[in-house]
Design a protein around this ligand. Structure first.
Ligand code: PLP
Length: 356
């Protein structure tokens, strides 16, 4: 269910499509996450959604930001001079290796050699690509990310007094439950490293939006495993997914060979998430329309793009009329910022921010 304040705002929008961000909702959520993690450092992975309004809310609750490019670094440090920044990402350029940071996550022995050659001070976490099964994950970060044990062993003798080894970093998968992340933590929090960043990837369910990641269980588990070490996590999706809504209207309805379609203003060039994840984006239909309708039958919701891939949700049993307002939920992470905005040159959505 969408909160009443979001529904009211969606109904009073002058133009659609638009993004609505529920900033009080975000604040409440991140405060609860923070509280569930005593003694654990909480960073936000900026790539999930770098919107400055969201970052300003998050900045009041997180210990720092994880950035993965010079662009994200410039964005965060201009908004929050002095904020703690962990710099990650595969394929860092020499310019990126020179950026000021609280921590830098080194991805390979060659990257470490280039960092040493830069001649600057650096505080390094080695990104480990652990050989662990991650069943049920939405996306696994195996392949080119980080190093195996051999790569880590190659790095260890290279450190000097300017380029310091602080510990390990890992980010193994997206869509993990607390128990799986705790298994990972148990393996990585052995006694060799004083500091470990366990990454992000906390599960978000688009099919059952009310099934939330169990932050309390994760926080308790980490508290037991920590034993005086410095432990950091860097979630993205599970922090901001819930606070974003993409609001649009039905512009046409039709049946083609028996299949009902509702055509919406905008499309997946604004909200690419259902295409990349291959899911039905959860939505609520507000009956504001008075035009022709299709009803009580499986309806496929598509956008204005001239491609069969422009699908928000398939065969949802509901009713829709021309002029109805459709509110797509869970559009606060990997949504607008991963979308191909200029494809077909339709107008861009407006952005609205609900405030306390
Ligand atoms: C993307 C990413 C994250 C955040 O992942 P979520 O699934 O959004 O929580 C954290 N750390 C690294 C290194 C990443 O690449």
């Amino acid at each position: 269910m969408i909160p009443a304040r979001v529904q009211d705002a969606a109904l009073s929008l002058a133009e659609a499509p638009a993004y609505l961000y529920d900033l009080p909702g975000l604040e409440e959520h991140v405060a609860a996450v923070r509280q569930a993690l005593p003694g654990i450092e909480l960073y936000y992975a900026v790539k999930a959604n770098p919107d400055p309004e969201l970052l300003r809310v998050l900045a009041g609750h997180v210990d720092g930001f994880e950035v993965s490019s010079a662009g994200e670094h410039a964005h965060v440090t201009s908004l929050f001079p002095g904020a703690r920044v962990a710099l990650g990402g595969p394929g860092k350029t020499d310019a990126e290796l020179r950026l000021p940071h609280h921590r830098i996550h080194v991805e390979s022995p060659n990257e470490l050699r280039r960092l040493l050659a830069a001649g600057l001070e650096a505080d390094v976490l080695l990104r480990l690509n652990p050989d662990l099964p991650v069943e049920g994950a939405a996306l696994t970060m195996s392949g080119p990310f980080g190093m195996d044990d051999t790569g880590v062993a190659e790095c260890l003798p290279l450190f000097d007094e300017r380029v310091r080894l602080r510990g390990l970093h890992t980010h193994v998968a997206s869509g993990l439950q607390a128990a799986q992340l705790l298994d990972l933590a148990r393996t990585l929090l052995d006694d060799s490293y004083e500091e470990v960043n366990l990454g992000g990837g906390m599960a978000v369910s688009y099919t059952a939006p009310d099934d939330r990641f169990d932050w309390a269980a994760y926080g308790c588990g980490l508290h037991e495993l920590r034993r005086g070490r410095r432990v950091r996590i860097e979630p993205g999706r599970a922090l901001t997914a819930y606070c974003g809504y993409y609001v649009t209207r039905v512009v046409d309805v039709k049946r083609v060979r028996g299949e009902a379609y509702a055509i919406l203003l905008g499309g997946t060039h604004h909200l690419r998430t259902p295409v990349t994840k291959g899911h039905d984006q959860p939505c609520t239909i507000l009956p504001t329309g008075e035009g022709p309708g299709v009803g009580d039958e499986p309806i496929t919701f598509v956008g204005q793009l001239c491609t069969p891939k422009d699908v928000f949700a398939r065969k949802i049993v509901t009713s829709a009329r021309v002029g109805d307002t459709v509110v797509f939920e869970m559009a606060g992470a990997y949504a607008w910022n991963i979308s191909h905005h200029d494809f077909l040159m339709h107008p861009k959505p407006a952005f609205h921010y609900l405030r306390a």
